[in-house]
Design a protein around this ligand. Structure first.
Ligand code: CA
Ligand code: CA
Length: 88
């Protein structure tokens, strides 16, 4: 049986965690330790995945574990893991 693709993805995400920290810091433009709707909108633009505010709100809702309407770093990592799997 081949190694699970999810296992491979988890390994590559873990290796890239330092980079994710940089990405998070780059888009947390007001440096409050969370990424809000407008900050995530900017990231989508830069990734050439333009999204509407409603779409970004929806994405935040999916990953907003503590329900504050914004993504902190651990929630953001969950989003990035999902994106990575979606792109495979
Ligand atoms: Ca912020
Ligand atoms: Ca949150």
């Amino acid at each position: 049986m081949p190694i699970s693709r999810y296992t491979m993805a988890d390994i590559s995400v873990r290796k890239e965690l330092p980079d994710l920290e940089k990405v998070f810091a780059k888009y947390d433009t007001d440096k409050d330790g969370t990424v809000n709707t407008s900050e995530l909108l900017k990231m989508c633009e830069d990734l050439e995945q333009p999204a509407t505010e409603d779409e970004v709100d929806f994405v935040i809702e999916q990953f907003d574990a503590n329900g504050d309407g914004k993504l902190d770093y651990s929630e953001f990592v969950g989003l990035m893991q999902m994106l990575r799997r979606g792109m495979e």
